[in-house]
Design a protein around this ligand. Structure first.
Ligand SMILES: Nc1nc2c(c(=O)[nH]1)N[C@H]1C(S)=C(S)[C@@H](COP(=O)(O)OP(=O)(O)OC[C@H]3O[C@@H](n4cnc5c(=O)[nH]c(N)nc54)[C@H](O)[C@@H]3O)O[C@H]1N2
Ligand SMILES: Nc1nc2c(c(=O)[nH]1)N[C@H]1C(S)=C(S)[C@@H](COP(=O)(O)OP(=O)(O)OC[C@H]3O[C@@H](n4cnc5c(=O)[nH]c(N)nc54)[C@H](O)[C@@H]3O)O[C@H]1N2
Ligand code: SF4
Ligand SMILES: [Mo]
Length: 767
């Protein structure tokens, strides 16, 4: 990243550095931006913000390109309505809101609110849309929803729910041993100050960095122990590690006795694992597996991070279970440097019991309130009477990001009504009946909900850097405003209540408002559903200009304060103080500092102990023993394709302009030197990549990071973007043109994007 160049001496005309956050990955580093350019709306300079309590000045190379997001040529400036011929026309907001409300109520009246499906609600840096959407959805009676978490994290959530009853996170800042399992934080980040933190662990002779990956990833370059598995075989590796822990008596017997249940059930399963055979399946020398298991057992604290390499892969839910067994059997919960449950301001997923438990058509399990992404198309493309009939999609591009794009497109076409809220005319938006333009994340207040830090946790409600663009079109609106208008048009926002709360604020200030609001919600539970919109229209108007969208956080702050104080409902002052502190903080706020022991109080299992037994997965452990490894390849598909690697210049589909990338070959398919030689391919050659779902012409790149038989494509590419003349060109490969919805985890329904059977053919040079 480019720090401020000191050669530019500050002059009175120098625009100020304004604090905000990077929106490209869940780390959401604090940044400062200097606006400039002819219109004053360009991000002229960007640097890390030292005042941000989590990132403390850290940024990676991607943040410096944020102008490509803010000033994208694909920007939507008017609501759009699809004509019968598939083209779009601009309409004004009143028409858009009226017609969207009418179309969705019509679907509700004919098929019930449950037939209206909601997808998205937030990206890497914006989560307020999902919050306010609740008002629209409750008014419509919509109950089924999903988002990207249900194609990566739901298997892990399902396991964590049973073992801990709550989500926990590894503390890589303090750990003695840090383990990254199918996770490449050098590129993907996801822990605070990732590169600094990784180097600190690796360089300290007292600490140890363990990386488990199929590729010699950039993180693996730093590792003290690198276990290079064969694709999709992590379950065998972890089983072998568990076998070693038992065989060599390396478990923490005191911890197991004091804090856990179920060891007697798990022990025989693990004892039966043939360590040598399991090592042969995963391809890691037994000596390395034993060394890693011993290092973990000897450590005073261990933190483990599993991510897409295993979550989008064979046995993913089983892997989430086995890796937890590794750290639980070695006593790594509820202490500094290990796994802990952080104080959350806003839980990112639904509470355990809320909402339906299975999907209406396929009966798939709804985990953490989310429909499995790989099942969405099946829930629509059916003649089942309870199939989804309409979709509201917000801040997500599922036609591009979910498995089997072709099927997702067919599903959207089959719906009665599709409404998309986005900043750009995306692949998904182009299939909508209505597209509603949102202000960018730098034109409204936004917040980051991926706050899992421990022992200190922070929250950042950032203010807009600039107003929405002035335009002769209808102009974009922030999502809270869009949802309020929709809720009003649907008749969900009682005007007399709005008046009552406004009066309370005017006459009695926050205390009177708080009492009135809480009492109203207690007496009329329907109001709770539209609370975000109510808060926005009332409390929001008393917040500093630009911070209105923060209004819905008021209830989150109240709940958070109540939970902390331990007395539900009797601590409005604390809640208000927390809310005001969040609204007033220009660079983010540490809102909780926990003693590690507190994690034990947050274990939500029936008896407060960690549950080692997850019986639903016992058969899967047995099956490992009898298997020689996952059958991924075949004669016609001899390669294992990772469809979606994070690289230096990928950022989901947040940047649409390919010019943001500053490196050649970022769009290329990586393959090993041996495989390249066998296929007579060199760097920069074009080849045909074929899977059961489709084929694509790819640019090839030889990489000694790759093992033989494994090939890898970047994520987030394959978008089209207009040039100066408006001519659209496609850039790179959209990975999900090559994936299948049926390749998924049997429990969570998460996709197997990291092990797609594939074939690579040399293209004879046509000249
Ligand atoms: N630069 C960049 N950073 C990002 C993003 C981005 O688009 N670009 N996206 C963000 C998002 S949404 C997410 S969810 C995270 C994801 O972050 P990561 O999960 O770290 O990202 P990936 O590169 O998809 O996968 C991680 C690693 O899994 C390895 N892998 C593949 N197959 C296997 C296997 O069978 N076993 C094992 N052990 N490893 C395997 C790959 O080689 C890769 O190094 O990144 C976030 N950060
Ligand atoms: N094959 C394969 N598929 C994958 C992956 C993979 O590794 N391989 N990775 C998966 C993962 S982990 C993830 S998280 C998903 C990500 O995929 P999605 O969840 O679909 O989200 P993003 O690509 O992050 O795109 C976010 C959308 O939000 C829009 N947007 C940006 N700012 C705003 C705003 O302020 N308001 C609104 N309303 N919209 C805004 C952008 O224009 C974009 O359309 O992709 C998944 N798909
Ligand atoms: S680590 Fe993530 S949030 Fe931080 S600068 Fe890089 S992309 Fe942005
Ligand atoms: Mo993700």
């Amino acid at each position: 990243m480019t720090p401020a160049r000191e050669s530019h001496s500050p002059s009175p005309e120098t625009p100020p550095w304004e604090p905000t956050a990077c929106i490209l990955c869940e780390s959401n580093c604090g940044i400062q931006v200097q606006l400039g350019g002819d219109d004053g709306r360009q991000f002229a300079r960007i640097r890390g913000d030292r005042a941000n309590p989590v990132s403390r000045g850290y940024v990676c190379q991607k943040a410096g390109r944020l102008n490509h997001y803010q000033n994208s040529r694909d920007r939507l400036l008017s609501p759009m309505r699809r004509r019968p011929d598939g083209s779009f026309e601009e309409i004004d907001w009143d028409t858009a809101i009226r017609e969207v409300a009418a179309r969705l109520s019509d679907v509700r009246d004919r098929f019930g609110g449950e037939s209206i499906f909601y997808y998205g609600g937030g990206g890497q840096g914006n989560h307020l849309p999902g919050f306010y959407a609740r008002s629209t959805l409750r008014t419509l009676g919509s109950v089924f929803r999903s988002n990207a978490l249900a194609q990566e994290k739901t298997g892990e959530m399902w396991v964590a729910q049973q073992m801990v009853g709550a989500p926990s996170r590894g503390d890589f800042h303090h750990c003695e041993v840090g383990v990254f399992l199918g996770k490449n934080p050098w590129q993907s980040h996801g822990i605070p100050r990732a590169r600094v933190t990784l180097r600190e662990i690796a360089k300290d002779p007292e600490r140890c960095l363990i990386v488990i990956d199929v590729r010699r990833s950039e993180t693996a370059d730093l590792a003290n122990i690198f276990l290079q598995v064969k694709p999709g075989t992590d379950a065998w590796l972890l089983a072998a590690m568990l076998g070693v822990l038992l065989e060599e008596n390396l478990t923490d017997a005191a911890f197991i006795a004091r804090h856990t249940d179920g060891f007697e059930q798990v022990r025989p399963l693990v004892e039966e694992i043939d360590v040598q055979a399991a090592c042969a399946v995963c391809g890691v020398p037994e000596g390395q597996v034993r060394a890693a298991a011993r290092r973990i057992a000897a450590a005073s604290s261990v933190a483990v991070f599993e991510d897409l390499g295993v979550q989008m892969n064979r046995n993913s839910t089983l892997v989430s279970y086995l890796q937890r067994l590794v750290w639980m059997l070695t006593g790594n919960f509820g202490k500094l440097g290990a796994h802990n449950v952080s104080t959350s301001l806003v839980p990112i997923t639904a509470a355990r019991s809320a909402g339906p438990r299975e999907t209406p058509v396929t009966g798939a399990p709804v985990i953490a309130g989310l429909v499995p992404c790989n099942m969405i198309a099946d829930e629509i493309l059916s003649d089942h009477p309870n199939r989804y009939r309409a979709m509201l999609i917000e801040s997500a591009n599922p036609v591009h990001s979910l498995a089997e794009s072709r099927r997702m497109r067919a599903a959207l076409e089959a719906l009665e009504c599709v409404v998309v809220i986005d900043v750009a005319m995306t692949e998904t938006a182009r299939l909508a009946d209505y597209v509603l333009p949102a202000t960018t994340q730098y034109e409204k207040a936004e917040a980051v909900f991926f706050n899992f830090e421990f022992p200190e946790n922070a929250f950042f409600l950032r203010r807009p850097l600039l107003p929405p663009p002035t335009t002769d079109k209808a102009g974009p609106l922030p999502e809270p405003e869009i949802h309020c208008r929709l809720t009003e048009a649907l008749g969900g926002l009682p005007t007399e209540r709005v008046e009552e709360f406004r009066n309370a604020l005017r006459e009695g200030g926050r205390p009177r408002f708080t009492n009135a609001f809480k009492a109203a919600i207690r007496n009329d539970p329907r109001l709770a559903g539209v609370a975000p919109a109510l808060l926005y229209r009332t409390l929001g108007q008393t917040l500093p200009p630009g911070a209105e969208s923060g209004a819905a956080l008021w209830s989150a702050a109240q709940i958070c304060a109540a939970r902390r104080a331990g007395i539900e409902g009797n601590d409005s002052e604390l809640g208000d103080a927390l809310f005001d502190a969040i609204v007033d903080s220009p660079t983010g706020l540490v809102f909780s500092i926990d003693p590690p022991e507190v994690s034990w109080k947050r274990v939500q299992t029936a008896n407060g102990r960690l549950q080692l037994a997850v019986p639903d997965l016992f058969d899967a452990i047995e099956a490992l023993r009898k298997s020689h490894g996952p059958a991924i390849t075949s004669k016609s598909f001899p390669f294992v394709l990772s469809a979606g690697e994070r690289r230096s210049f990928t950022a989901n589909t947040i940047y649409r302009d390919p010019k943001w990338r500053r490196k050649a070959f970022e769009d290329a398919l990586a393959l090993s030197p041996n495989d390249a030689a066998a296929l007579e391919l060199t760097d920069g050659d074009r080849a045909r990549l074929v899977t059961a779902q489709g084929a694509a012409e790819v640019l090839t790149m030889i990489s000694d990071r790759m093992q033989d038989g494994h090939i890898s494509l970047p994520n987030g590419l394959g978008l089209d973007y207009p040039d100066e003349l408006g001519e659209r060109t496609l850039d790179g490969i959209a990975p999900n043109e090559l994936t299948a919805v049926t390749d998924r985890d049997p429990i969570a329904g998460t996709p197997w994007h990291k092990s797609v059977p594939a074939r690579l053919e040399r293209l004879t040079d046509a000249g």
